[in-house]
Design a protein around this ligand. Structure first.
Ligand SMILES: [Zn+2]
Length: 276
């Protein structure tokens, strides 16, 4: 995706340059995967600029406008982008383009869902984050994609395993055939947690550098934990691509830990019509 300077195509308020990441090629031919950052939209501080989430307290008209800008930039019809109602749970849902509501502008997904899967081209799956890890998966031999929201609950509860199991049940595709990308999230540099939460990770990942003692506290490595979740399912590590960095350290990302009241960036995965 071309890097647009602010003001291109008539949007952006000039505070920063949009630097979205595009990694569809890693998943397979005909696959598309885009991680947005905060630049290139119309929201005012503290949601500036491209806040894609309604539940943040931002002006809903601005969020609507941002979603229009996003859809146009991705080259997708807005009605073909599925936005789940994320609740830090473990529920995943298989969606199709027939899942539209009466008069609703887009795909309607089951409520309280933190992972979406589909086997149709031209239908984009999203999650919105501000420190949690977006995890995208693709099964190039089967024409299946998944987008998962993995905060600490989704990670220690293993939403990856839940999604892999549903894909295998629906299509026969095995996790060893999947490829995955873990998108921008908070790094262990900034993700301090209390001992109770750290112990959940120590128990799930014994002997691994996932929950690490630091000074008097603990820090979590969400990326490492999700890599381990995928490896335990059977995804080879060389088939997992990880975006380094930290949403809390890098100001081009929304960060709940850094900002509190703020917006959400998006992660979007889809296939060409011909890929499946
Ligand atoms: Zn950091």
């Amino acid at each position: 995706m071309a890097r647009n300077s602010a003001g291109d195509e008539g949007f952006g308020t000039g505070r920063g340059d949009r630097g979205w990441l595009e990694l569809g090629d890693f998943l397979g031919p005909g696959f598309h995967l885009v991680f947005t950052d905060r630049w290139g939209g119309v929201s005012d501080p503290p949601y500036h600029e491209l806040n894609l989430a309604f539940h943040t307290g931002d002006d809903p008209l601005k969020v609507e406008r941002n979603r229009e800008i996003l859809a146009r930039a991705l080259g997708l019809d807005e009605s073909r982008i599925a936005y789940p109602e994320q609740v830090h749970g473990l529920r995943v849902a298989w969606v199709t383009r027939r899942d539209t509501g009466d008069g609703a502008p887009g795909i309607v997904v089951p409520r309280e869902t933190d992972g979406l899967l589909c086997g149709e081209g031209g239908l984009a799956l999203s999650v919105l984050t501000a420190d949690c890890a977006p995890v995208a998966m693709g099964y190039p031999g089967h024409g299946v994609v998944a987008m998962l929201h993995a905060g600490w609950r989704g990670t220690v509860g293993d939403i990856v395993e839940t999604a892999c199991a549903l894909v295998e049940r629906k299509t026969g595709a095995r996790p060893s055939e999947a490829r995955a990308v873990i998108g921008p999230c908070i790094g262990p540099c900034c993700y301090e947690v209390d001992e109770g939460r750290a112990m959940l990770f120590v128990e799930k990942y014994p002997g691994e550098e996932v929950a690490v003692r630091c000074g008097g506290g603990w820090r979590l490595d969400l990326r490492r934990a999700n890599i381990l979740n995928m490896k335990r399912c059977g995804v080879a590590e060389e088939r997992i691509h990880v975006i380094d960095g930290c949403t809390c350290c890098e100001e081009r990302y929304y960060s709940f830990r850094r900002e509190g009241t703020t917006g959400r960036q998006g992660a979007f995965v889809w296939m060409d019509e011909r890929a499946c």
